[in-house]
Design a protein around this ligand. Sequence first.
Ligand SMILES: NC(=O)c1ccc[n+]([C@@H]2O[C@H](COP(=O)([O-])OP(=O)(O)OC[C@H]3O[C@@H](n4cnc5c(N)ncnc54)[C@H](OP(=O)(O)O)[C@@H]3O)[C@@H](O)[C@H]2O)c1
Length: 347
Amino acid sequence: MNKIPVPFKVLQFGLGTMGRIITKTLMDRGNLDLIGIVDVNPEYAGKSVEEVLVSGHKTSTSIFDSLESALHVLGDQPADIALIATLSSLDDIASSISDCFEAGMDVVSLCEELSYPYIRHPELSRNLDRLAKKHGKTVLGTGINPGFLMDILPICLSAPCQRVDTIRVTRRLDSSRRRTSFQKKIGTGMSPADFKTAISEGSITGHVGLVESIRMIDDALNLELDSVVELPPEPVIASTGIITSVADVKKGYVIGLKSNGVGRRQGTDVVTLSFIAHAGAEPEFDEVCIEGYPKIVQRIEGGVQGDHGTVGMILNMIPLVIEAPPGLFTMKDLPCPRNTQSFWRSD
Ligand SMILES: NC(=O)c1ccc[n+]([C@@H]2O[C@H](COP(=O)([O-])OP(=O)(O)OC[C@H]3O[C@@H](n4cnc5c(N)ncnc54)[C@H](OP(=O)(O)O)[C@@H]3O)[C@@H](O)[C@H]2O)c1
């Protein structure tokens, strides 16, 4: 007799712009079972996921204001894995990660700094790895970028190269087709002066993760880079008025940005990542160019739609993280990423 396949149980943290897309996709995905959401936003107090999303699902899935209250209702070890889609800084989510280990859950997160945390957070990385091993759990930071387009993809594309001289990755995307939180963090609607101040004060982050992607490539390919720098983001200015979902941008104001990250060895730019995101950018594409032998140029025409690609990445990694040995891992350490909608719990 065929066994009924068992889905992986997921406790999600964060019901923001990404979190909402994740939730909708997760609820429709047969091999994943959303058992609850933790979000600190008071707007969600006392509401169910279904009420917030108006999804038409006949179930009622609770939103909790803390892991503690989730455990109180759902019991200890409520899920196989915690999916954290809240914040970009590892300092800000580290305590949630360790609390999840203690509650018996593996962790997968969109936190950009977790995608390759060893250089920016050496001590925290060691602590998380130690804690993960102590509890027999696994933690991974993933996403579309960092997590795929500017790191794992060029790493894999280097496989047929007998020799790699330089790697250049370029993403150009029309930010007006992306989530509002993304449009805001790249300065859409600001004056150029406010953009500069906001970036230097950190009240907007721009794109986060170029340094992490370069470090991951360096580690995977043993490039022995002697410096990795992210240049200050440059605003892209509207040459004519443009209406976006976050602002009615006047001529002379900011519609997005350009960010560059460079990994150098002995004065040579070995890895160059260019992230260009602004309203109306065209053509959109993701491109990897490896100079070497044989030379490889691979362009994804139209680009991967970042928000949906991010959701695909984090959901697809769930079965691979659950099957992985305990510890802190990055995308280059786990089996080849792939679509896992047909993967089920083995017990
Ligand atoms: N790696 C990648 O490719 C990739 C791609 C997309 C997004 N991301 C990252 O994913 C994260 C989520 O993105 P987003 O656009 O959904 O952000 P968002 O719209 O700001 O949503 C974050 C949500 O998490 C809540 N929250 C904050 N701290 C929390 C905590 N400690 N516990 C539980 N909930 C908490 C927030 O509540 P409040 O609003 O009340 O604070 C908010 O509802 C961001 O850091 C983003 O940069 C990464």
